[in-house]
Ligand binder design. Structure first.
Ligand code: IMP
Length: 434
């Protein structure tokens, strides 16, 4: 039995989907533990592109069990659409390969409305959310007024829960000039989706405990990235869940003591979607444009262009510490092919002082100047290489320097979106094989 957590060490979109897909070959169960359909995981197999948002990436593989844990906020309509799209691509999702935590909070139509209304109202001060209702759904969870999957089994209880929840939302809607919602409206919406979603409901904590006792391998698939974490991210420009590895335990009911390995995924450079601080951002200069076009840096969920910049070792080092990362996977190395000179950020200069980490709050008027180390680029192509020996000498030097600066060994290097194009140096499942 080995339990491995995969998380992103930057601002999301690090290429976790490919690593999870690769590792799910050896896992029996693949689990999402936080976030919702704000995530976007792209997996390419034989040039066939699978875009997943809510389902664990393991769903693509036959014979695996995919799990959506209680730490997720679940939009059942989005799940149905995703399952229908996969079915068109020849992948069938049924109760035999998907279970959903009975205590998962649901994203309902008014959560999305509120998310969009708030962003619109905030104007230039907006967060740049995905507009999927994630924030409002998590607010209802901690506000103790969320509707959870198991509530759908008890109509009278559901009615009283909806009354409680809508009492809150109608006050807000009134303030925004939106029409009031009646409990019956939401009951009608839920009646349409209930039979579909209820078939997947299960006590996930118990199922995972059983799997562990049977000696099965479990892979926990993080969404977003460490600097979008609601506690450790660039607050308030963050998502509303804890994205760090520790959330794998609370978001599923598997004890933290049972986690064997944390793999941190990083891009060979940095990207970010939405608003918020990004010290190494290249704006729209030639290199920024190179990263954006060669790296196809467009958001999977919203289609927005991702902001691009140099690799930030100070940021990733902090992420490795707070997540307990034991190995990093570097993705998209090939995107740097042909760049003459590369830069790695090793810290920041703020108000004349050097800082090794980003401060927990940055005023928009404060200037955070990255401190760079220059490194020679390489001209030879790395795309498709799957052994360290074949990598250009200068690319190896770049990787080595990253390893030194972030203080964590490299477990994988990815050189293209394809499943096979991966240098495997330390597979955590293999390492822990008994
Ligand atoms: P929300 O999660 O939709 O509330 O959005 C909050 C912030 O997190 C925004 O800046 C989004 O762009 C960002 N975000 C949410 N999910 C992802 C993701 O999967 N990848 C990258 N950024 C994300």
């Amino acid at each position: 039995m080995t339990n491995v957590v995969v998380i992103g060490c930057q601002w999301g979109d690090e290429g976790k989907g490919k690593l999870v897909d690769y590792l799910s070959g050896k896992a029996d169960v693949i689990v999402r533990f936080q976030g919702g359909n704000n995530a976007g995981h792209t997996i390419v197999i034989d040039e066939k592109v699978f875009k997943l948002s809510l389902l664990p990436s393991g769903i693509i593989r036959e014979g695996k069990i995919s799990v959506i844990g209680n730490g997720v906020v679940l939009d059942p309509w989005a799940l149905r659409t995703e399952i229908d799209t996969l079915s068109e691509l020849g992948i069938n999702v049924t109760r035999s390969n998907l279970i959903v935590a009975e205590n998962v909070p649901l994203i309902l139509s008014f959560h999305k409305t509120l998310d969009l209304l708030r962003e619109k109202k905030a104007g230039s001060k907006k967060i740049g959310t995905t507009g999927r209702g994630i924030g409002p759904a998590y607010e209802d969870k901690v506000g103790r007024r969320a509707i959870r999957l198991s509530d759908l089994d008890r109509p009278r209880y559901l009615h009283s829960r909806l009354e409680r929840c809508l009492e809150h939302h109608n006050i807000l809607r009134n303030g925004y000039g939106e029409p009031i919602i009646e409990v019956e409206d939401i009951e009608k919406e839920l009646a349409d989706i209930s039979p579909f979603i209820k078939q997947f409901s299960a006590p996930v904590w118990e199922v995972l405990d059983e799997k562990n006792r049977e000696g099965k391998n479990i892979l926990f698939e993080g969404a977003q990235g460490s600097f979008l974490d609601v506690d450790f991210g660039t607050y308030p420009f963050v998502t509303s869940s804890n994205t760090l590895a520790g959330a794998a335990s609370l978001g599923t009911g598997v004890s933290a003591r049972k986690i064997d390995f944390v793999l941190g995924v990083v891009k060979a450079y940095t990207t970010r979607v939405g608003e918020g601080p990004f010290p190494t951002e290249l704006k729209h200069d030639q290199i920024g444009l190179h990263l954006e076009t060669v790296g196809h840096e467009k958001g999977t969920v919203t289609g927005r262009n991702r902001r691009c910049g140099w690799f930030d070792a100070a940021l990733v080092k902090q992420s490795c510490i707070v997540n307990g990362v034991e190995g990093i996977a570097i993705t998209k190395l090939d995107v740097l092919d042909g760049l003459k000179e590369l830069k790695i950020c090793t810290g920041y200069e703020m108000n004349g002082k050097l800082r090794p980490y980003l401060p927990s709050s940055i005023n928009s008027s404060e200037i955070v100047k990255p401190v760079y180390e220059k490194i020679e680029g390489w001209t030879e192509p790395t795309r498709g290489i799957n052994s360290l020996k074949e990598l250009p000498r200068k690319a190896l030097a770049y990787l080595k320097r990253i390893e030194e600066l972030v203080g964590c060994p490299i477990s994988f290097v990815s050189t293209s979106p394809e499943r096979e194009d991966l240098v495997d140096l330390n597979d955590p499942f293999k390492k822990n094989e008994k």
